[in-house]
Design a protein around this ligand. Structure first.
Ligand code: HEM
Length: 459
């Protein structure tokens, strides 16, 4: 391995020496929540304190993370700030519902994400990827392309061939633009929400996001109407997420899904199912562009393995690519902050968590924590290769969360990302556009500010 890959420290905000005051915190949360973290956050297992906004805890200790997300998960509900940002678009779909409503939806949708079912999606994923590769190949050689935009379009097209197999009824790039606009507007944390001010007070971001919400409502109406027509006709409807949602009957209650929850879940699976994976892919292409030795290894693996066996075994045959992807998810976890509100008092790592406290588990901080990782800010996929991988604590590496609310699409996303990376690495080489400064910004997901302009050269 060369020194280049060992010493490469991809850009991240410098941890603060001291915590921000209330106004500074509001400004930083609005600008880029990654900027609020202090050195203590990266060094201490648990920080608890009373702030201007109420009781707050930041937990990075793996045993504490385990307690919140798994062992005592029933004591932690999704917190109000998060729900205020997500619910206007996602209603009470799987990501944003709680209690029995959540359990019923999860039970219903789980069969679509079993390893077997996900493997069955791999041919469709590969076909959509090849179409994306053809699109890039038609560009002029050495053209500069915003790969963040391209990846969002491709992951959306993959959804259209898997979970929504008769398509979304609108152009993928329109969808992609609307989702992106929503994240940029409503995804900015609003000071009114931070202060817990009532909902009747208008939020600028939400007003700006309303047009996008209206656009989504129209698109979802069309999707549902088209599928209902298909189910009503004698034609066999595909067994995808849409048919499952429409035919849903809770096994315990026998009830179908309400119209409202149906719509919420359609938007949830479009939103959660493409933007996260697109960001993971974009960050991975960027990291590889800065690490010639790892890029060469990924290219060699793609050359050897793509087409050398069944597509649903690709992830197992590409351990280096998988390690690079996992390292990318460590350094730039698309879901950079998970938060919960404590229902009752609890204790974590000897510290009292009072009822009502907002508890944050930040994958971004946990993945760069000084006590948990060697050289935490250095890009080194070797951590995820061979026996080294086994020594990583399950609760120190949480790009997909953990416990009952773990990402339902984890297997889907990992398989998809490997298929896409293999095809891209086999066909092209990606270099960062000259003079482009890369900066990670958290807007619901962790995105590269200003996109990721890259020179795409056919190999
Ligand atoms: C690299 C890609 C992805 C990342 C990093 C990611 C990350 C996450 C995380 C961290 C959570 C847990 C949130 C919490 O505990 O508060 C989550 C939940 C969820 N994800 Fe993903 N996700 C990805 C891809 C996907 C895909 C492809 C889908 C759908 C096909 C999806 C659908 C969902 C849903 C519906 C939930 C809510 C699950 C529940 O609460 O029961 N995600 N995701």
């Amino acid at each position: 391995m060369t020194t280049v890959s060992l010493s490469f420290r991809p850009p991240a905000p410098k941890p603060r020496e001291t915590p921000l005051g209330p106004l500074g915190l509001i400004a930083a949360l609005r600008r880029n929540p990654l900027e609020i973290w202090t050195q203590a956050h990266y060094e201490e297992p648990v920080l608890v304190g009373r702030t201007f906004f109420g009781d707050r805890a930041v937990v990075s200790d793996p045993a504490g993370v385990r307690r919140i997300l798994l062992d005592n998960a029933a004591n932690y509900r999704k917190d109000d700030l998060q729900l205020r940002i997500l619910r206007p678009a996602l209603g009470t779909g799987l990501l944003t519902s709680e209690g029995d409503a959540w359990r019923a939806q999860r039970r219903l949708l789980a069969p679509l994400f079993t390893p077997r079912q996900v493997a069955a999606f791999s041919d469709a994923m590969a076909a959509a990827t090849r179409a994306g590769v053809d699109r890039l190949a038609r560009l002029r050689p050495a053209w500069i392309v915003d790969m963040s935009h391209e990846m969002a379009r491709l992951t959306l097209e993959i959804l259209e061939h898997t979970l929504f197999s008769t398509g979304l009824g609108r152009d993928a790039s329109d969808f992609q633009q609307q989702v992106s606009r929503y994240f940029e507007t409503v995804g900015r944390i609003d000071p009114f929400d931070l202060l817990g001010l009532p909902d009747f007070l208008p939020r600028l971001g939400r007003l700006r996001g309303q047009a996008t919400l209206d656009w989504f409502a129209g698109a979802v109406d069309d999707i549902v109407a088209a599928r209902r027509r298909l189910i009503a006709s004698d034609a066999a409807a595909p067994r995808d997420v849409l048919t499952l949602l429409l035919e849903a009957q809770d096994p315990e209650t026998g009830r179908g899904m309400s119209e409202e929850d149906l719509r919420a879940n359609i938007v949830t699976f479009i939103g959660a199912g493409h933007e996260t994976t697109a960001n993971a892919l974009t960050w991975t292409l960027y990291l590889l562009s800065q690490s010639p030795s790892w890029r060469a290894r990924v290219e060699a693996e793609a050359d050897a393995e793509l087409g050398a066996g069944a597509i649903d075994t690709l992830a197992d045959r590409m351990p280096v690519t998988k390690a690079v992807l996992e390292e990318s998810l460590r350094l730039y976890p698309p879901a950079a902050m998970l938060s919960r509100a404590a229902i009752d008092d609890d204790e974590i790592a000897g510290k009292k968590i009072p009822a009502g406290a907002v508890v944050t588990v930040s994958p971004f901080v946990v993945h760069r924590h000084r006590r948990l990782w060697n050289e935490p800010d250095v890009f080194d996929p070797e951590r995820f290769l061979g026996p080294a991988r086994d020594s990583i604590d399950r609760f120190a590496y949480i790009p997909f969360g953990a416990g009952p609310r773990v990402c339902i699409g984890m297997g889907f996303a990992l398989q998809e990302a490997i298929i896409v990376l293999a095809h891209l690495a086999k066909s092209f080489r990606f270099d960062l556009a000259p003079n482009h400064a890369v900066r990670a910004v958290q807007r619901i997901t962790l995105r590269p500010h200003g996109g990721m302009p890259m020179i795409v050269t056919p190999r």
